[in-house]
Design a protein around this ligand. Structure first.
Ligand SMILES: [Mg+2]
Length: 271
């Protein structure tokens, strides 16, 4: 059930969805999520997806979604690595890449000699002292730190796991700098994700399991937002929201039910 409808639910005409914790956890779809997304599409509700997941390239994420039963067009998915790649090319930068080995193809073809920027994703188990210290030394030479997120943790099948944020903070602290975040909650990523919808931002409802990255980030970008009590959600998370007007629901399925009911309740027919 929807515990608290977001202020923007009545005007919602499109959905922007986080992936991990909203559609799936690990390699298992969340209960009702596949069916809910299908119902939304059948009702003509445009859907876009945005993720700070940086352990896989975009094509692998789209393949995974298909495997789990979520039919997604690559053009519907916006990721932080694609935003960083575009900026690296625009500024002809030489990045020192701290990214998961699986993500390296996304940055193929960029010069990496004499690095003038440190680019950081979630390396998972590949984070170690030598890697972080190499980045630290480049930062101390004056290079900026561009990161794909600042999330603290996420939910894996066996429990909560450290995300990129703690490692970003370690480098910021050591080098006494501030990273530039290209992932959620950066408003530019939300705006890029919904740009092709041609809708006012407040008619798009962001659904996520991260209060800071998804809910507050979307509200700051002018979108509606609803926190789901799936994925990494922990009791009381909703009280940490800084922006008013966001909703709280048990699952994506509940939000889509409520949304389709508001739209007139004829979502089961073909009309
Ligand atoms: Mg999530």
């Amino acid at each position: 059930m929807l515990h608290k409808a977001p202020d923007h639910l009545p005007e919602t005409r499109a959905l922007l969805l986080d992936l991990s914790g909203v559609l799936y956890v690990g390699n298992a779809p969340l209960p009702g999520a596949v069916e809910a997304l299908r119902r939304a599409r059948e009702a003509g509700v445009p859907v876009r997806l945005v993720t700070n997941t940086t352990r896989e390239p975009r094509v692998a994420i789209v393949d995974k979604l298909a495997r789990l039963g979520f039919g997604v067009d690559p053009g519907e998915l916006t990721t932080a690595p694609s935003a960083i790649r575009a900026r690296l090319e625009a500024e002809a930068r030489h990045p020192l890449l701290l990214v998961h080995p699986d993500l390296e193809p996304e940055f193929a073809g960029l010069a990496s000699d004499e690095p003038d920027v440190v680019v950081m994703g979630d390396m998972g188990r590949a984070f170690d002292y030598a890697v972080l210290n190499r980045a630290f030394r480049v930062l101390m030479e004056g290079a900026p730190l561009w990161v794909m997120g600042t999330n603290r943790y996420f939910r894996e099948p066996d429990g909560l796991s450290l995300d990129i944020g703690p490692f970003v903070r370690a480098l910021e602290y050591a080098a006494d700098i501030r990273a530039e975040n290209f992932g959620k909650p950066d408003p530019r990523l939300f705006h890029a994700a919904v740009a092709d919808l041609d809708l006012p931002p407040d008619q798009v409802l962001m659904v996520g399991d991260d209060v800071a990255g998804d809910v507050d980030g979307a509200r700051a970008a002018g979108l509606g937002a609803c926190l789901v009590r799936s994925g990494k959600y922990r009791k009381g998370d909703e009280q940490r929201a800084e922006h008013p007007g966001s909703g709280l629901a048990d699952s994506l399925a509940d939000i889509i039910d409520a949304l389709l009911d508001k739209r007139g309740g004829n979502h089961s027919g073909s009309g």
